[in-house]
Design a protein around this ligand. Structure first.
Ligand SMILES: [Zn+2]
Length: 123
């Protein structure tokens, strides 16, 4: 009984706390508060522009969100800041899991669910 989505994720995602993130609200708050997620996106944006020497015009204001996207660690569903979707991420916002995969694997991976507010209060 194997699921095509499983590919060794238990090595780094077992027994984690995952934070429930809803877009676009999460981005809107991040942008307003210039919080940890905003700084992460800003970092991606700057690195990208530096590396490629292109896209300077997108470093302005809200446009920097277009440098960021993530994929579900299981099914590769895409998370974007300006599309309505719900994902769960690790505390460092490095790994992202879509809502469906979260439900399917929560028990198996022993995940604890927390809110986006809890995530941001740590930073
Ligand atoms: Zn998924």
């Amino acid at each position: 009984m194997s699921d095509w989505r499983l590919n060794g994720q238990e090595k780094y995602l077992s027994n984690k706390t995952l934070y429930k993130i809803t877009f676009p609200a999460f981005w809107e708050t991040a942008y307003k508060d210039q919080n940890a997620f905003f700084r992460k996106v800003e970092q991606y944006a700057k690195e990208h522009v530096e590396r490629t020497n292109r896209g300077h015009e997108f470093l302005e204001g809200e446009k920097i969100q277009h440098f960021w996207h993530e994929h579900c660690e299981f099914c590769w569903e895409k998370a974007l800041t300006d599309q309505a979707c719900t994902f769960y991420c690790t505390e460092d916002m490095y790994y992202w899991v879509c809502e469906e995969c979260f439900r399917d694997f929560q028990e198996q991976f022993n995940w604890q669910e927390e809110t986006a507010e809890a995530l941001l209060s740590n930073s």
